[in-house]
Design a binder for this molecule. Structure first.
Ligand code: ZN
Ligand code: ZN
Length: 91
């Protein structure tokens, strides 16, 4: 008589574990498609490695994002010292 309830509990917990695994698998797959591709495209101009979402590279600390030339309006990666289009100094 002692065996029956234990078996039931084991089966139930095994099912629950499998459900959790399936849900986690699906969740991680959707996350890969939404978040990871964008962050992979954000590569650091200094070190060429994924720089993360912040204003500075997670890997080497270089400033990230685009800065606009005040003279001609051309956008250059942050950290660029001179405009590649007109030579204006970008600080
Ligand atoms: Zn970097
Ligand atoms: Zn310029």
């Amino acid at each position: 008589m002692e065996c029956a309830p234990r078996v039931n509990v084991e089966v139930a917990s095994a099912r629950a574990k499998k459900m959790v695994q399936d849900i986690e698998e699906k969740a991680s797959q959707t996350q890969v498609f939404h978040g990871e591709i964008e962050s992979k495209q954000t590569l650091c101009p200094q070190c060429g490695k994924p720089s993360g979402q912040g204003k500075f590279c997670n890997n080497c600390g270089a400033p990230l994002g685009m800065i606009k030339c005040e003279r001609c309006g051309t956008k250059s990666p942050a950290g660029t010292r001179f405009c590649g289009e007109c030579g204006n100094r970008l600080s």
